[in-house]
Design a binder for this molecule. Structure first.
Ligand SMILES: Nc1ncnc2c1ncn2[C@@H]1O[C@H](COP(=O)(O)OP(=O)(O)OP(=O)(O)O)[C@@H](O)[C@H]1O
Ligand SMILES: [Mg+2]
Length: 269
């Protein structure tokens, strides 16, 4: 497998609680190559290994075996905080990506400084403030006039928009989104999804986005990966994805897994 560019997972395996009665094979020999600029949507039933895949790529979880390469660098053994310089993440919980008692500008300053060795000095220099205002105004939420507002005063949607901005301002080599619109009201979720699409496109971000919503998985991105029991069971390229419907996707799942799709969030929504 060519590992020079993009993200490459090679025979990735993660076993939790190995050799115990509760042993779980969360990732079962995953090999995946994501080209630079690809926007891959990832779906799969509960417990199929989606979050574990993202956590293993980000370094939160250590792979049992296999390797991970990012733009030609073997990052398998690189600690999470070092990987964080080149990997942006947004989680389901809007509170996860931001420091609650700090202001919008303090949070953003941290995000801008990521990847730089410079230490953060108190106060935000005015050129950076200008940059922040511009980035915030692109969100269309009026946050550019609230730089000194504490983040815990923001709504879930505003906070998730800020999380998204923080995960992307330093232009990460990889963006990992784990059901980042699932906890939001439908309207707010749609706004955050539009914003995601805009940022990914503008910054040409290589992106993996986990969602349990098949419609979102079909609407966004240029490739769709379906996981089941720790494996990638379906990998749909953009050309085929455009013509695929939710019903078609469910049929494909039955075809490749040989199982009836469990009545879980995949079908309930
Ligand atoms: N820290 C852990 N310790 C033990 N088992 C774990 C741990 N993290 C995940 N697992 C198990 O690994 C499997 C995959 O979990 P994972 O969270 O990756 O699934 P998922 O596809 O993200 O599911 P969901 O749609 O519910 O978010 C599950 O069986 C889960 O119980
Ligand atoms: Mg998950």
């Amino acid at each position: 497998m060519n590992v020079d560019t993009g993200l490459v997972c090679q025979s990735l395996r993660k076993v939790f609680l190995a050799r115990s009665v509760n042993e779980v094979v969360a990732l079962d020999d995953i090999s995946l190559r994501v080209e630079p600029g690809d926007f891959v949507t990832v779906i799969g039933s509960n417990g199929s290994g989606k979050s574990t895949l993202l956590n293993t790529i980000a370094g939160t979880v250590r792979a049992t075996s296999g390797s991970i390469w990012l733009d030609g660098e073997d990052i398998t053994g690189v600690p999470e905080h070092v990987r964080a310089r080149s990997i942006g993440r947004v989680f389901q919980d809007p509170r996860a990506g931001t420091a609650p008692s700090m202001s919008i500008q303090e949070n953003l300053a941290m995000a801008y400084m990521r990847g730089h060795t410079r230490t953060l000095r108190p106060g935000v220099p005015s050129p950076l403030k200008k940059q922040m205002r511009e980035a915030l105004s692109a969100l269309g939420m009026g946050l550019e006039d609230r730089l000194t507002t504490q983040v815990n005063k923001l709504s879930g949607g505003q906070r998730q928009a800020l999380s998204l901005l923080m995960a992307t301002v330093a232009r990460p080599r990889l963006l990992l989104l784990d059901e980042h619109t699932a906890a939001l009201d439908p309207n707010v979720a749609a706004t955050i999804m539009d914003l995601t699409g805009k940022l990914v496109q503008q910054l040409h971000l290589t992106t993996l986005m986990v969602t349990h919503n098949m419609e979102i998985a079909l609407e966004w991105g240029n490739r769709l990966v379906m996981m089941h029991a720790g494996r990638v069971i379906l990998d749909v390229p953009g050309s085929e994805k455009q013509a695929l419907t939710v019903a078609g996707l469910v049929d494909k799942f039955h075809e490749v897994s040989g199982e009836k799709l469990a009545v879980d969030r995949l079908l309930l929504e």
